[in-house]
Design a protein around this ligand. Structure first.
Ligand code: TYM
Length: 344
């Protein structure tokens, strides 16, 4: 069966949005709206899989929404909403808890990383997190999912869940007139020179919201001076930049900065090395500061302006939630019939 093409993705409201979120995900969200119907979600249900201060969560939710808007996602043409306003996400996640296998979840590297050594003390929600992620995507029967490299394994699990649901309930899906498959196989969109932006302090670690040192990342709300300072302090190595992309491979910090420059510029690493190869890092860093400030400065100021108006932000989320729920409710009706639940 051909499924209607639709994009879904989500971002957690768990602290500062950074350059990794921007280059790995949000810039893609913006570009995709030219070609697809898109649904972009602030995933607050995911956020509470680890403790969130209830007096802080609303601010963080509004800030991610502000970032979507400031980066240029059109809330009238596309859907922007927060997950907890559409109960169908949690409802479908329960069904998926019963489709997904313990063995599958036990392989999830993100759970292992986040739970760390104290696994007994991790929330059950953190463990079944990928099932909820599958529900987020499939409750809209979305076909394309732009994410950074770190979400690849979760996306593969979503595909496995879709396939197992289609197999397990195959006869019922057919009997209810949905053909061979009810859920599509959502395709991850992980492309470009910055699908895994690394820490500015350590090229072997991912840039992340939870890293204690603020110098490890560039936040979308950092001002020009802070951006400049962080890039100047970014770890490098003593060699000049290479002329060829393959020579970046053993040099993670150089590779990371070249990837960031390429992604901000909308070009490739090879192009960047054609321009800067053979030169010193100091020259390249000056160019990177200028480019970063030019691209991120206006976004940061627009975000700061938008968060001053929570009434407007909340109206965007309310409107988006209503439109999202209309779509999700259709899917849940069908899922209930397929699974065999009696409904009104
Ligand atoms: P989250 O909130 O951790 O990150 C949001 C998006 O940013 C990408 N990202 C990065 N990309 C490149 N380099 C980095 N250093 C970097 N850090 C983060 C992430 O890959 C992601 O695309 N589980 C998801 C949220 C989610 C979701 C979904 C995504 C919930 N349901 C359904 C897609 C579809 C997460 O925690 O993203």
């Amino acid at each position: 069966m051909a499924f209607k093409e639709r994009v879904f993705s989500g971002v957690q409201p768990t602290g500062n949005l950074h350059l990794g979120n921007y280059l790995g995900a949000i810039t893609k969200f913006v570009a995709l709206q030219e070609r697809y119907d898109c649904i972009y979600c602030v995933v607050d249900l995911h956020a509470i899989t680890v403790w969130q201060d209830p007096s802080e969560l609303p601010r963080a939710t509004r800030e991610v929404t502000a970032a979507f808007l400031a980066c240029g996602i059109d809330p009238k043409k596309q859907i922007i909403f927060n997950q907890s306003q559409v109960a169908e996400h949690a409802e479908l996640a329960w069904v998926f808890n019963c489709v997904s296998r313990m063995g599958w979840l036990n392989r999830m590297t993100q759970f292992k990383e986040k739970a760390g050594k104290d696994r007994e003390n991790a929330s059950v929600g953190l463990y079944v997190y990928p099932n909820l992620m599958a529900a987020d995507i499939l409750v809209y029967r979305a076909t394309h999912v732009p994410v950074g490299e770190d979400q690849k394994q979760h996306l593969e699990l979503s595909r496995d869940i879709a396939q197992k649901f289609n197999n397990d309930f195959g006869a019922s899906i057919k009997a209810h007139g949905y053909g061979e498959a009810f859920f599509p196989q959502p395709e991850p969109l992980i492309q470009g020179p910055a699908t895994r932006v690394m820490s500015l302090r350590d090229g072997s670690k991912k840039m992340s919201k939870s890293e204690p040192s603020d110098y490890s990342r560039i936040n979308l709300t950092d001002d020009a001076d802070t951006i400049a300072q962080k890039i100047r302090k970014a770890k490098t190595d003593p060699e000049p930049l290479p002329g060829e992309e393959k020579d970046l491979q053993p040099r993670p910090e150089a590779d990371n900065l070249v990837g960031i420059y390429a992604a901000l510029k909308g070009s490739s690493k090879a192009d960047v090395l054609r321009e800067f190869g053979g030169g010193q890092f100091s020259t390249f860093k000056t160019a990177l500061v200028d480019l970063s400030v030019a691209k991120l400065g206006p976004i940061g100021s627009e975000m700061k302006k938008l968060v001053q108006d929570p009434v407007y932000i909340d109206s965007v989320l309310a409107d988006g939630s209503q439109r999202a729920q209309a779509l999700a409710a259709e899917t849940m009706k069908a899922v209930k019939d397929i699974v065999g639940f009696v409904r009104r």
